[in-house]
Design a protein around this ligand. Structure first.
Ligand SMILES: [Ca+2]
Ligand SMILES: [Ca+2]
Ligand SMILES: [Ca+2]
Length: 389
């Protein structure tokens, strides 16, 4: 793996022109449907995102229209071109930047951003077009605003055992409604059960791993129409976090997967299969299959039903797992085994970029590097993708 990476980098350094050709191609990011004869514009089989003195890569998103890749490295957003050349970075984040997704129309990048000690949870909005140099500051350089999500803060800080004490950022407690640890996976896409129409932002909860309670066996996904978010978005002073955000979400949905370790790491709508893809860190509860990857059937209407395992019986909008992949006979839960928790982007034509990350040491400094590799959908079990190129 290391050797391969180095080879890829040295190929770039030697100026071999595969990526350069891609950049030179007319309108490389125009959607496949717009390409003459329905041919898809070429994308490199892998892109190297650099090594950074941060925590691991948390999410990737490709702006095909403009030819850029954005990488969330937890404390830093990195922008490269499709050849892996660094265009700029946004730094100085003291919270946790998780999964990201680009709004193709505007080129803005939306990412989950958590400050658990301050009980503050945001969608960070980066103006991708304005990121043009390394070392831009998230607070001072005018490239990032944040919108606070009240619903997440309320569920995260819920005193579930009613003892008058909120136990804070720990898994070892009955507190946190649905086991909410914050937010991570984000993706734009159509409404659940809809093919087209207005694209909304979906935001998935993190869920603490806890095998001793029954109310944490669902993934929770919030839906927001960002059309009105201009009025809420404010620059963020991380020492005095604002709470400017919409009063209400535009939908709250539950998926029965069994408990996982920190919930949906990467959420991604796939127009090719009409799946909502959820990559997770496996759960540890007995009696569940504890798959690492789930697909929600995006063509199915949400149904009203019981949110199983709650201390007070509760109903909500339930999403349906796709009838595909592995099946656990005891629970009926469907899923897959695949890595995708560090970053996953669907290109819309049956191809995907899947991120890998690893720790490296450079000049005595511990760093995390990221790389994305092109895959295609096979639908086979246990993992429904195969690498391309
Ligand atoms: Ca409590
Ligand atoms: Ca994550
Ligand atoms: Ca995503």
């Amino acid at each position: 793996m290391r050797g391969k990476l180095r080879t890829f980098r040295s190929v770039l350094l030697a100026g071999i022109s595969v990526p350069a050709l891609l950049l030179a191609a007319p309108s490389p990011g125009i959607a496949a449907a717009d390409a003459p004869g329905g041919r898809h514009p070429e994308l490199p089989s892998s892109v190297y995102g650099g090594a950074w003195p941060t925590s691991h890569v948390q999410g990737v998103t490709v702006d095909r229209r403009r030819g850029f890749v954005y990488w969330s490295f937890t404390q830093k957003l990195v922008k490269t071109d499709l050849a892996g050349k660094v265009v700029g970075t946004v730094e100085g984040l003291t919270g946790h930047l998780g999964d990201i997704d680009v709004d193709d129309r505007s080129g803005r990048v939306y990412g989950s951003l958590e400050y658990k000690a301050a009980k503050s949870f945001y969608i960070a909005v980066f103006d991708g077009r304005e990121i043009d140099r390394v070392g831009m500051n998230a607070e001072r350089d005018g490239v990032m605003t944040a919108v606070h999500l009240h619903e997440v803060a309320a569920d995260f800080s819920a005193d579930m055992d009613g003892d008058g004490v909120f136990d804070g950022d720990t898994a070892d407690t009955p507190d946190h409604r649905y086991g909410c640890s914050g937010i991570d996976g984000v993706s734009f896409g159509p409404g659940f059960g809809e093919r087209g129409g207005r694209q909304t932002l979906k935001v998935a909860y993190g869920i603490y791993s806890h095998t001793g309670r029954t109310d944490n066996d669902h993934q929770v996904i919030l839906e927001y129409d960002i059309g009105s978010w201009g009025r809420y978005a404010r620059p963020l002073s991380q020492d005095a976090p604002h709470h400017s955000g919409p009063e209400h979400h535009d939908g709250k949905f539950f998926v029965h997967t069994g408990n996982t370790t920190y919930g949906v790491q990467n959420l991604q709508y796939d127009p090719y299969t009409r799946n909502w893809i959820m990559a997770v860190y496996k759960g540890k509860k007995e009696g569940f299959p504890n798959y690492s990857f789930f697909t929600v059937d995006g063509s199915a209407e949400p149904v009203r039903g019981e949110i199983k395992g709650q201390p007070v019986p509760e109903t909500g909008s339930l999403l349906t797992l796709r009838e595909a992949g592995l099946r656990d006979d005891a629970t009926g839960i469907r899923g897959w085994e695949f890595h995708g928790s560090y970053g996953f982007d669907a290109l819309g034509d049956g191809r995907y970029y899947v991120a890998e990350g690893r720790a490296v040491e450079e000049d005595g400094v511990l760093k995390q590097e990221g790389e994305i590799r092109l895959h295609r959908w096979t639908g086979k079990t246990p993992g429904p993708f195969e690498p391309l190129g």
